[in-house]
Design a protein around this ligand. Structure first.
Ligand code: ATP
Length: 244
């Protein structure tokens, strides 16, 4: 147990010595209408990711990867087990505290990009800063522009969602995940829509971000070549997670 019990805003206090994320004994079941027995998607799953580390999770379609990522990202609660972020148990926190911790600590790149139709790239990427508070619109847009340049979209700041290619949309989603400078990046098939060269560049960016300053990246992918770039690779199969 950590000597310091940080408040949601104080995770940096424990950062130096605690794993960024440590889950233990995670079980998740879904009750399905047409089945008497619940569907067990995760059974006694454990995973620890230390500062500066990257981990990849591979598994067949339907194995439970997105469910696991949602639990790691404090979007879903497990039925059993603990999810510790910098030593702090999160499953028992109130929804509001979980949302605050999530916003301050985690950058998500979802499989469905969840971009807003009529917004420009700049507006999409600046959106998470609105919830963070304390910055003028001008400053939020400056940061958004800077982040879009990092993902190679400096020429597309004012393009709306529908005028961007699939790969460009994916890079907007990545810029949006990075803009709050998250200490943990959770990425679900982040390069699915990209050509190999752009995919390589985008992954360099995510890995560089993760390895800098004791941050971390957890990547879900079908792509074993991409997975091998991570420090550790895990396979999710038959509801359990094992090192590859
Ligand atoms: N909210 C839910 N209610 C009921 N069943 C669910 C729910 N979410 C996921 N499932 C089921 O849990 C299993 C795992 O789903 P999940 O999306 O986590 O798999 P996945 O490994 O991410 O798949 P893919 O690679 O195809 O995205 C599937 O059988 C899915 O139908």
């Amino acid at each position: 147990m950590s000597a310091v019990t940080p408040e949601p805003g104080d995770v940096r206090v424990a950062e130096a010595r605690e794993p960024v994320l440590a889950i233990s004994g995670i079980t998740k079941r879904f009750t399905l209408r047409r089945r008497k027995e619940p569907l067990t998607v995760l059974e006694d799953v454990s995973l620890t990711v230390h500062p500066g580390a990257t981990a990849a999770i591979v598994g067949l379609s339907g194995a439970g990867k997105s469910t696991l990522l949602n639990i790691l990202g404090l979007l879903e609660r497990p039925d059993a087990g603990t999810v510790r972020m910098y030593g702090r148990e999160t499953t028992t926190l109130r929804e509001r505290e979980r949302a605050q911790l999530r916003g301050e600590t985690i950058g998500f790149v979802f499989q469905q990009l969840n971009l807003l139709q009529r917004r420009t790239a700049r507006q999409q990427v600046a959106a998470p800063l609105l919830y963070a508070g304390g910055r003028s619109l001008r400053r939020r847009y400056d940061l958004a522009d800077e982040t879009l340049r990092r993902v190679g979209l400096g020429e597309r700041l004012h393009a709306t969602q529908s005028s961007l290619s699939g790969g460009e949309q994916q890079r907007v989603a990545i810029a949006r995940a990075l803009i709050r400078d998250p200490r943990l990046i959770l990425a679900d098939e982040p390069t699915g829509a990209l050509d190999p060269v752009t995919a390589g560049q985008v992954m360099d960016l995510l890995f560089d971000q993760a390895r800098a300053d004791g941050r971390a990246l957890i990547l879900v992918t079908h792509d074993h070549t991409l997975a091998r770039r991570a420090d550790a690779v895990y396979v999710l199969e038959n509801s359990t997670l094992t090192p590859a």
